[in-house]
Design a protein. Structure first.
Length: 148
C-alpha cells in the first residue's frame, strides 16, 4: 500500500496546479471509496491487488491535497490552528472506529458492514468537497508583515 501511495504524492500534486486541489481531493476520496468496494467484493488475489493500487494511490494524495485546500480556505496564519482543530475529532474517531468495527464483526461475523460504513464516509467526504463553495480570494488573504 505504501508503494502504491508514492506516485500519487507527485502526480496528484502536479495535477493540482492545473485542476485545483479541491477537485483532486474529491477524486481521491471517491477513489478511496471505490478501493474499499473492491476490497469488499474481492474474491480473487487480483482484486485484492487492484484494491491496493486504487486505494493506495488515493491515500497518498489525500494529505497534501487536504493541506492545500485548508491553506486556500484559511491561509497560512490559521493553518496550524485549523489543522489542530481538525485533528482532534479525527483522532477520536480513529480510536473509536476499530472498536465499532470490532463490535460489528462480533454481531455479524464479518467486517462487511464496517467496510460499507467506510465507503459511505469516503463518498460523503467526496460529496462535501464538491458542494462546498470555493474559497473566496479574501478568505485566505495574508496580512502584510508589520512595518511593510
Amino acid at each position: 500500500m505504501g508503494l502504491a501511495s508514492l506516485p500519487s504524492r507527485v502526480v496528484m500534486n502536479l495535477l493540482s496546479d492545473r485542476l485545483g486541489p479541491r477537485a483532486l481531493l474529491a477524486v481521491s476520496a471517491g477513489l478511496q471509496a471505490l478501493g474499499v468496494v473492491l476490497l469488499i467484493v474481492a474474491a480473487t488475489p487480483a482484486l485484492v491487488w487492484l484494491y491496493i493500487v486504487v486505494y493506495g494511490f488515493a491515500f497518498g494524495a489525500v494529505s497534501p491535497l487536504r493541506a492545500a485546500v485548508t491553506g486556500e480556505y484559511f491561509g497560512r496564519l490559521a493553518f496550524g490552528v485549523i489543522t489542530a482543530v481538525q485533528g482532534l475529532p479525527a483522532q477520536v474517531l480513529g480510536a473509536v472506529g476499530p472498536l465499532g468495527a470490532g463490535y460489528l464483526y462480533d454481531r455479524h461475523g464479518t467486517y462487511t458492514a464496517a467496510l460499507w460504513l467506510c465507503v459511505v464516509a469516503f463518498a460523503v467526504s467526496a460529496l462535501a468537497v464538491v458542494v462546498i463553495p470555493p474559497a473566496r480570494a479574501s478568505s485566505a488573504a495574508e496580512p502584510s508583515p508589520a512595518g511593510a
